[in-house]
Design a protein around this ligand. Sequence first.
Ligand SMILES: [Zn+2]
Length: 227
Amino acid sequence: MALLLVVPLFGPPAAGKTTLTMVLGRHDGRRVFRLREHVPHEVLSATAGSSEQLGWIDDHIVEAALRDYFRGVADDPEAHTVLMDNFPGSSNQVGQLLSVLEEFDPPSRVEAVEVHTDSRTLKQRAQNRKVCHRCERDPISDPRLPAIPKPDDIWACSRCDGVLHPRRGDSPRLLRARSQRYQNAAIGIRTAFADWRIEITDLDTTTTIDGATNLLSPLLISRSPVQ
Ligand SMILES: [Zn+2]
């Protein structure tokens, strides 16, 4: 089966992008792309320590990672949909993604989604979310995937019983910088999609992320070949 649908999800930190892609990505034939899983570890380490860079990855590395990734997906007979968690992060990356996708035949449909939430909810989610170093072995010890705490102990992982930690990037200083960077980039990202004649679906996750998942599901199901 050829890849049919690519769904880039972008939005401010803590808006629920990772949770959405984790939930939606569980269906057969869907894949989730997270840029940092496809770049060399030394590149991640080099950008991790600096608050100006905030894990920012150079354009040529991004393009190579995208091309490699989509080649792999094109060869995967089961894959029909790719959800892109927190990508694109800039107007440049919009162009890179769409140019790389044009190298493949047949062309896939692109449905961009901008996730947003009011600022109070963003702050609350960032304060509450935790990660598990044991369940998520990150190459530079900076796990990102939301962990589920035990019902009776918010600091214990429900999967492995280990101690949960806040996400490194959710410290107030880094969160502020990441939010600012998103605000600066978002206008360019929207313009770049418009230049490519791609509409952006707005997705509000303020009430619940699960509710937002339900809002997005029909869009994915109606486009996927497996009914
Ligand atoms: Zn765990």
